[in-house]
Design a binder for this molecule. Structure first.
Ligand code: ZN
Ligand code: ZN
Length: 313
């Protein structure tokens, strides 16, 4: 705890150098009574770190076990392939939100600790129905279910624009790490795994690449948008994010699915990117089958049905 805390409410300085660190307690401004910080004993931080390790271990265990079962029990491939890809995705999503929270915490948002955001527990990062409604709609088009996640941060407690920028871009550090790790597995010549497992790795990498690109798009509500506006005007950025996040996200999805020129352009750019980092589109296509919870035939009939409905408007 730094000796002096500037109150974010009335800007007066509070001397906190005399406080003991024995027990957790919230600090209030001596001048205006606003909450200005929190004293946290080391034991609590160690406990949070232990939770982090425990949760990280659970992801590794599930991912590792499903990979082992995939390679050794042929009849279970459908389900173990799905569990492998889905738990890999959830682990990377949890780490994404963890990075946002971790940097917000060290840059001044003391409320992070009590929210449990430093624990890597995926359940802490889901934010109610919105985590599932949009992904639920997307399943009808893609057959793939990828839930969303978010952390609530108090950016007003973070002093510098550069710090806020780092908080916003730090989420995709997770995708960079996961992608680097999978590409290592894909390119390693000393590892032995089946061709089927190779398709899983290519899909896992494809999902990380997609998460990386999409999160950094300058679209209201996305990390890329927030990062740009944290450097310029956070207030304007947040205003548009609040009102335009859902409409612009819906528009993007609509364009990707129903506007062919846009779809071709985007896929073409994406394919180039895949090849650049050493991914194989054919293997991705084959591997995606393990991730799909609705089969192609059903998807086609859903699409025809939806196009008919949209055509009526
Ligand atoms: Zn104050
Ligand atoms: Zn993010």
């Amino acid at each position: 705890m730094s000796a002096n805390i500037i109150c974010p409410n009335c800007k007066s300085e509070n001397d906190c150098s005399e406080l003991s660190r024995e027990e957790q307690l919230v600090l209030y401004c001596a001048n205006c009574d606003a909450e200005i910080g929190e004293v946290v004993p080391k034991t609590i931080l160690i406990k949070e770190f232990f939770y982090f390790l425990l949760n990280a271990f659970i992801y590794v265990l599930v991912i590792g076990t499903s990979a082992y079962a995939f390679e050794n029990y042929n009849e279970l491939k459908g389900i173990t392939g799905f569990i492998f890809l889905f738990s890999f995705f959830l682990g990377s999503l949890a780490l994404h939100e963890f990075f946002h929270a971790f940097f917000a915490y060290i840059f001044g948002d003391y409320t992070i600790l009590d929210k449990g955001y430093l624990r890597l527990n995926i359940l802490k990062y889901f934010y109610g129905p919105t985590s599932f409604i949009f992904p639920g709609i997307l399943v009808l088009f893609t057959g793939v279910f990828l839930p969303g996640a978010a952390v609530y941060l108090r950016t007003d407690l973070i002093k510098y624009r550069l710090y806020k920028f780092i908080v916003n871009v730090s989420g995709v550090f997770s995708q960079a790490i996961f992608l680097y790790f999978i590409m290592f597995l894909i390119n390693s010549s000393s590892l032995n795994y089946s061709n089927d497992f190779a398709t899983l790795l290519h899909v896992a990498a494809f999902i990380q690449l997609t998460m990386f690109i999409f999160n950094l798009l300058p679209i209201p509500g996305f990390d890329g948008w927030n990062a740009i506006f944290s450097l310029t005007s956070e207030r304007i950025g947040n205003f548009f994010s609040r009102y335009l996040f859902l409409p612009s996200f819906a528009l993007l999805i609509y364009a990707l699915i129903f506007i062919e020129e846009f779809n071709f352009y985007f896929l073409d750019k994406f394919n180039t990117l895949e090849e650049m980092i050493g991914l194989n589109s054919d293997l991705i296509y084959i591997g995606l089958d393990y991730m799909m919870i609705i089969d192609i035939d059903t998807l086609v009939s859903i699409r025809i049905w939806l196009e008919e409905i949209i055509g009526k408007f």
